[in-house]
Design a protein around this ligand. Structure first.
Ligand code: AMP
Ligand code: ZN
Ligand code: FE
Ligand code: FE
Length: 280
């Protein structure tokens, strides 16, 4: 049997692996196919594609777009994106700028509370266009201003804590369009974490292609529930570990294993979408 992991992060967003390390772990885990889904960026795709090509592993480009619909934060993954698409790059650049400004705001809030963290420390550690709260948390740990990442989130960074700063997000409906015009398929990530299935029909109405039924934080019954929803709305089924590096002492990549027949369906849907676009 061949398996895939379609939800992975690298150092190009808030993961800790380089693309090469990610692919090495994918190989060790016996995966045949991986997709890179860094937050609001496609920067890591070229290097990951090259590392996959070197070991003859199938690679799918991607990005996990931070979006919202009816006041619910929703993550929409674009798969098979043209990573050079000018409209995609221009639009995600504005959200990368939002993320960078937010680092300044979070650090200012921390400084106001007497926590002497410097923005330079966060940016040096993040070293990517799409920094986020995990980088602030890691910088706080590195500077010994907190004892752990958990403490950083609990005391300062969690929603409604003193250094929490909301971020402007793309509308989920726009994200689906943006993904389509960049040649991709749009998939709703970890719906089980949203606690709001009501938004699914709205996304389907604007052309959502798939739904992530299998995810580290989905229970078996949750996965079954979303498989039923996929069937009801005729959506593609995806899954992945949402690996950001090591978790409890082992790399999370490969702990969610999507059977390869789903990749065949994704490839077929991509081909059909491309042909439909070409015929227009
Ligand atoms: P951001 O996109 O900057 O708001 O950061 C969101 C990321 O922070 C998520 O993808 C998680 O990886 C991480 N995160 C959110 N809440 C927590 C938490 N309570 N503890 C640890 N990590 C968290
Ligand atoms: Zn993340
Ligand atoms: Fe997510
Ligand atoms: Fe993710």
């Amino acid at each position: 049997m061949k398996f895939a992991d379609l939800h992975l992060h690298t150092q190009f967003s808030d993961g800790t692996f380089t693309p090469e390390e990610l692919v090495l772990h994918a190989q060790k885990g016996g995966l045949s196919c991986i997709a890179l889904t860094d937050h609001d960026t496609v920067e890591g795709c070229a290097r990951t594609a090259a590392a996959c090509a070197a070991v003859k592993m199938e690679f799918i480009t991607g990005a996990e777009l931070t979006a919202e619909h009816q006041d619910t934060e929703v993550h929409i993954i674009g798969y098979f994106l043209d990573t050079q698409n000018p409209a995609l790059l221009a639009r995600i650049a504005t959200f990368q700028a939002v993320r960078q400004n937010r680092i300044h705001e979070m650090v200012a809030a921390l400084n106001k509370m007497g926590i002497p963290l410097k923005v330079e420390s966060v940016f040096a550690l993040a070293n990517c266009r799409s920094p986020g709260r995990p980088h602030v948390a890691r910088a706080l740990v590195k500077e010994k201003l907190v004892g752990s990442l958990d403490e950083a989130f609990e005391r300062f960074l969690k929603k409604n804590r003193p250094a929490w700063v909301p971020k402007t997000k793309m509308s989920a409906l726009e994200s689906v369009d943006l993904i389509h015009q960049a040649g991709g398929l749009a998939v709703m990530a970890h719906p089980g974490l949203n606690h709001n299935d009501d938004i699914i029909p709205d996304l389907v109405a604007v052309g959502l292609d798939g739904i992530e039924c299998f995810h580290t934080k989905h229970s078996t019954s949750m996965s079954e529930h979303y498989l039923e929803i996929a069937e009801k709305h005729d959506l593609l089924v995806t899954g992945g570990s949402d690996c950001h590096g090591y978790s409890k002492g082992r790399p999370l990549i490969g702990t969610v294993r999507l059977p390869y027949d789903h990749i065949e369906r994704l490839n077929a849907a991509r081909k059909a979408a491309n042909e439909a676009r070409a015929a227009k």
